[in-house]
Design a protein around this ligand. Sequence first.
Ligand SMILES: *[C@@H]1O[C@H](CO)[C@@H](O)[C@H](O)[C@H]1NC(C)=O
Ligand SMILES: *[C@@H]1O[C@H](CO)[C@@H](O)[C@H](O)[C@H]1NC(C)=O
Length: 183
Amino acid sequence: MASYLSSTLYSLSLTLILAALATANLPFSAHFVETKPTTTRKMTRLHFYFHDIVSGKNPTAIKIIGPKSLFGTTVVIDDPLTIDTKPDSLVVGRAQGLYAMASQHDSGLLMTINFVFTYGKYNGSALSVMGRNRVFDVVREMPVVGGSGVFRFARGYALASTVRYNLKTGNAVVEYNVTVMHD
Ligand SMILES: *[C@@H]1O[C@H](CO)[C@@H](O)[C@H](O)[C@H]1NC(C)=O
Ligand SMILES: *[C@@H]1O[C@H](CO)[C@@H](O)[C@H](O)[C@H]1NC(C)=O
């Protein structure tokens, strides 16, 4: 019994010393492994096209702040999301929120957007995206930071790729693949 106790104490103090040494080597970060009871979560993949219409009679994107430089320009959007690249294809939701030219050195936008779904079993549910979007990159990744309705507790990511961009009008069609884990 006593030897069991002393060996336990010995291994405990060794663990503490090792932990202290590890901490000393990591002045500003520490890594922990947390074991959680496993719960079943759902994974959903969504695929749709985002239509950013900045000109014409019925724009869906309106510049609300427009300094002389591009940097700082802020646009509020209510862009349709469709199942196909054609703007008159089935609308499955809308992208509502804003994007701002938040980078002085490249085309990096700050996106704060809700994807509000209006079709099928996702009707009334939404996903919130907040991330950086360097619009001239072929594929951009943005975090999905939350959701509501069927997407309650959602976390995930969105991949975006421009399908069409009209230099003259500024209108764009962007393909989105969104992958989320949710309850
Ligand atoms: C989505 O839900 C709204 C409100 O409940 C309803 O009016 C609308 O018809 C629904 N749309 C579809 C396509 O199911
Ligand atoms: C989205 O997924 C489809 C099908 O897997 C793929 O062809 C397409 O390149 C993807 N696009 C993006 C932007 O990830």
